[in-house]
Ligand binder design. Structure first.
Ligand code: SAH
Length: 283
């Protein structure tokens, strides 16, 4: 990996080690990592990184073929779309909704599993949260850390740890403000959250098919979670030209379902057979 930057400041001049977008006059984009003395070849000639380093976002540079490229610092959403991935990532439209449903704030301690390529981790860290990820695959854990460092800067790594473990077997002794699950059987994590997700804490799960969703909703009730709600996010782009302004013909119709719930007391069987009472583990 090239040299890493501690904090990527939106309005600062471009520095070596940053990733930037080269945008041509037909809006085609290429993401490149800036290195002193290096050139990136495009379909329209090559662009010298030394022409970009120390300049501000939006600058125009000419390629060796005399074509104009505008150089932009990528938004988080653009970075996520361009970053190397192994596992499927949560798309920006759903990430935005997760941040709002989860009421994610600076300083929140958030547990996330699995981390996959780190797209959700980046969205949480970008809000100022402290993130602890549980991930079963070491190669994914490493890729997620690299993506965080490259796209948010190494400062974000100081608020990010990834634990290599099977989260279905349990969660370490820590108290979290929020828990976000994106793995095949999230209902298997619920029993481990009592005493780990703090009172008033919010749980969110991202799921892609209704069978899993039904199982998760049922288990939420069994485990004493309450105020559960499930949503999906449909985003439609619009097409614009001087002749027409209308919705795009195509859209992404399905990504996943988002379910949120508050943690309640763990249900326990009382002495008398058949009856169920609640104890509050936070007492
Ligand atoms: N939310 C991530 C994508 C997660 S993909 C993103 O936005 O990039 C699902 C991840 O869950 C995969 O990386 C997979 O390895 C991990 N996983 C599956 N089962 C797991 C388990 N039992 N414990 C921990 N991680 C698990």
């Amino acid at each position: 990996m090239a040299e890493l930057i501690n904090v990527i400041t939106p309005d600062a001049p471009f520095r070596a080690g940053e990733r930037v977008l080269l945008v041509d006059d037909r809006r085609r984009t290429l993401m490149v990592e800036l290195k002193v003395g290096t050139k990136s070849s495009t379909h329209n000639g090559s662009v010298a990184h030394d022409d970009i380093i120390d300049q501000l976002t939006g600058i125009k540079v000419l390629s060796t073929k005399g074509k104009m490229f505008r150089i932009m610092r990528p938004t988080l959403s653009e970075s996520i779309e361009a970053m190397p991935r192994g596992a499927q990532v949560i798309y920006p439209k759903d990430l935005a909704q997760i941040l709002m449903m989860g009421d994610i704030r600076p300083g929140h301690r958030v547990m996330e599993s699995g981390v996959g390529s780190g797209a959700l981790s980046m969205a949480l860290l970008n809000m100022g949260a402290q993130v602890v990820g549980y991930e079963i695959r070491e190669d994914f854990a490493n890729r997620a850390r690299n993506n965080v460092a490259l796209n948010l800067g190494t400062e974000a790594l100081s608020r990010y740890s990834v634990i290599l473990a099977d989260v279905y077997l349990g969660v370490g002794d820590e108290l979290f403000d929020r828990v976000i699950l994106d793995l095949p059987e999230p209902w298997r994590v619920l029993e481990h959250l009592h005493g780990k997700l703090r009172r008033g804490g919010i749980l969110i799960a991202y799921q892609t098919s209704v069978g899993q969703l039904a199982q998760f909703r049922a288990e939420l009730e069994n485990q004493g979670f309450f105020l559960a709600q499930t949503k999906e996010v449909l985003v439609r782009d619009w097409y614009y030209s001087s002749m027409a302004l209308r919705p795009d013909h195509r859209m992404v119709a399905h990504t996943g379902f988002l379910t949120m719930a508050r943690i309640g007391a763990k249900p326990v069987r009382s002495e008398s057979p058949g009856s169920v009472s609640l104890i509050d583990l936070d007492q």
